[in-house]
Each structure stands twice: as C-alpha cells, then as structure tokens.
Design a protein around this ligand. Structure first.
Ligand SMILES: N[C@@H]1[C@@H](O)[C@H](O)[C@@H](COP(=O)(O)O)O[C@@H]1O
Length: 237
C-alpha cells in the first residue's frame, strides 16, 4: 500500500495522470473509471494531454438506476462531458441503469469485466467509506449488483440535483469483489470531509463497515490524497 500526499487536487490529479501514463506505456489496456468531483482534475489532465486512448477500453464503476444517459446527472453523461467527448476510447462500458432487468444487466457487466480485466482502477471514496456505490455492509466478495443508496450518500449527492427528492434511490455498481480483481488500484480523495473515511480506510481495521478498508488487502494500491484528506492520519507516509 502506497500513500502519496499532495498539496491540492490539481497536484493530485497530475500525480494520478502520471501513474496512468506510465501504466499505458507499460502495456495497460483497460482503465476502470469513476465519477464524482474527485477524478475531475485527473480527467482534465488526460484531456489536455497528447495521450491517445483510442486503443484502450474503459469500464466504469457505477450508474444511477432510472436516469437516462441524456440526463445531465447520469454517470453516462458525466463521462461523455469530462472525458469521452474529448478523448474517445476504443470501447467504453458504463453499467446500464435503464435496463428493464437490472440484475441481468449486472450479470452481463461482470462478464464484461471478466473479458476486459482492469489494469488500473480509479476510485473515489464516499464520506462513509463507500467505493463505487458499495455502501457499508456490502460483502467484500460481491459481484456487480443493484444497490439501495444510504441516506448519507443521497445527502452527499443532493448537491448535484435541484431537489433532494430528485436523487435516485438505487444504483447499479461494480461489487467490491469485481473491484478487487483490478491489477492496480488508485484511490483518490481530496478535502477535509474525506479525512475520517481515509483514516478508517488506511489505519482502521478491515471491516465491511468501511468498504474501502478491504484495499489494505490488495497488493497494488496507491492512495492519492491532498493534505486535508490526509489530515487525520496518525502515521507519517
Ligand atoms: N458513486 C460515487 C462514487 O464513485 C464516488 O467516489 C463518491 C464520492 O464523490 P465525490 O468525488 O464527488 O466526493 O460519490 C458517488 O457516490
């Protein structure tokens, strides 16, 4: 486990970009991608670079259930806006939150992950330690599945919607088992409101109460933090 602490999200985004660039130069073919405000500085570094992604595949972590791809709060829309319109990949997968049968769509998605093993997975983290949309209590070996969002996540994401009642109550998310199959994992966190989750993830016990804590057991994980997100760590890294 590596912990890298940067001044702010711009330096963190550049550091994450450098790791991805090195990975691609060393043969990475599949990137696992995340949404939320955290990876935006990374995606900005990617879109302003001269790197070409047209031979790569991307696999996103999650999507809300019930939002069409044209809705500007859907994760399909987010990825188009922040990355794919400017830097298209050979093939990009995002879970289908509009499928009539979400459980079947989840099974299909795990097949896609098995056929496209993820070389580098980008993760943000929720204030309650969730990764993707795997809320506290999710099994560590879980597959892609339909998730009922917790009130903490609904509240945190309400800032992107006009009303709290517009925030979808369900999502489809890669499971922690699917995430843990990735060869390399980069978990990125910025800001003081992530400091408790980061301390519990890195220095706390491995427990399903803090989904990201399972990353302590992954053999190739790097935490990219800003000083505020790292401010509650008690060891020096
Ligand atoms: N499903 C996403 C997560 O993948 C993301 O990591 C988290 C944190 O978002 P932010 O980066 O905006 O703090 O929000 C959502 O719940």
């Amino acid at each position: 486990m590596k912990v890298e602490i940067y001044k702010d999200k711009n330096e963190g985004g550049q550091a994450a970009f450098n790791i991805i660039k090195d990975g691609i130069e060393n043969g990475a073919k599949v990137l696992g991608l995340a949404t939320g405000s955290t990876p935006v500085t990374l995606y900005n570094a990617m879109t302003s670079s001269d790197l070409d992604f047209s031979n790569l595949t991307s696999v996103n972590l999650d999507e809300y259930v019930g939002l069409p791809a044209t809705n500007d709060q859907s994760y399909h829309y987010f990825m188009q806006e922040h990355l794919f319109n400017k830097k298209p990949f050979k093939k990009s997968y995002v879970p289908d939150g509009e499928a009539a049968d979400i459980e079947a769509a989840a099974k299909d998605y795990d097949r896609i992950i098995d056929e496209n093993p993820i070389d580098i997975q980008i993760l943000g983290i929720g204030r309650n330690g969730h990764i993707g949309f795997n809320e506290p209590g999710s099994p560590f070996d879980g597959p892609t599945h339909k998730v009922s969002l917790t009130q903490s996540t609904i509240d945190a994401n309400a800032r992107f919607f006009e009303n709290e009642s517009d925030v979808p109550r369900y999502a489809i998310s890669m499971g922690i088992g699917s995430i843990m199959k990735s060869k390399n994992i980069l978990l990125i966190a910025y800001g003081e409101d992530k400091a408790d989750a980061i301390k519990a993830t890195i220095e706390g016990p491995v427990t399903t109460d803090v989904p990201a804590s399972i990353l302590q057991k992954h053999n190739n994980v790097t935490f990219i933090l800003d000083e505020a997100a790292a401010s509650k760590l008690s060891q020096k890294y």
